[in-house]
Design a protein around this ligand. Structure first.
Ligand code: IDP
Ligand code: MG
Length: 149
């Protein structure tokens, strides 16, 4: 089992997409291990996106992330990092297939609704940054109905 960091960005919160997005991950068969609604400081957003600090859009990206509350979550499941990225869709909504979250709900790359970790390593880093308090240890009673032994 793997864990990934998923964040509903301020536009997703404002547009009332929280329930739909959580529902997609729940119904898929992934487990919610941590969640909080939080408005982050500029310095925190810069840390989260540190790898992109040299990009020309970095300033606008940080402005976007601090513009309102976000929903930060940790989801667990088999292959959840890669499958989560598929469920989210391509970075540019114009290239995100219908059926993916960005494909269904986004038009602009700078308003693409959701973040998901791009590798197991970045998931570990992002989870440590956003949830230093740790995760809930639980597993659904439905586990054997979703996962083979
Ligand atoms: P990802 O969110 O699909 O992993 P990254 O390349 O990690 O994409 O970029 C992080 C975020 O930065 C994107 O989700 C998007 O909001 C924003 N971003 C990426 N590329 C551009 C761009 O060319 N213009 C404006 N914003 C961008
Ligand atoms: Mg990324």
């Amino acid at each position: 089992m793997e864990t990934t960091f998923i964040m509903i960005k301020p536009d997703g919160v404002q547009r009332g997409l929280i329930g739909d997005i959580i529902s997609r991950f729940e119904k898929k068969g992934f487990y919610l291990k941590a969640m909080k609604l939080i408005t982050v400081e500029r310095s925190f957003a810069e840390k989260h996106y540190a790898d992109l600090s040299s990009k020309p859009f970095f300033g606008g990206l940080v402005e976007y992330i601090v513009s309102g509350p976000v929903v930060a979550m940790v989801w667990e499941g088999k292959g959840v990092v890669a499958t989560g990225r598929l469920m989210i869709g391509a970075t540019k909504p114009s290239e995100s297939v219908p059926g993916s979250i960005r494909g269904d709900y986004a038009v602009e790359v700078g308003r693409n609704v959701i973040h998901g970790s791009d590798s197991v390593g970045s998931a570990q880093k992002e989870i440590a940054l956003w949830f230093p308090e740790g995760l809930s240890e639980w597993r659904s009673e439905m586990h054997p109905w979703i996962y083979e032994a």
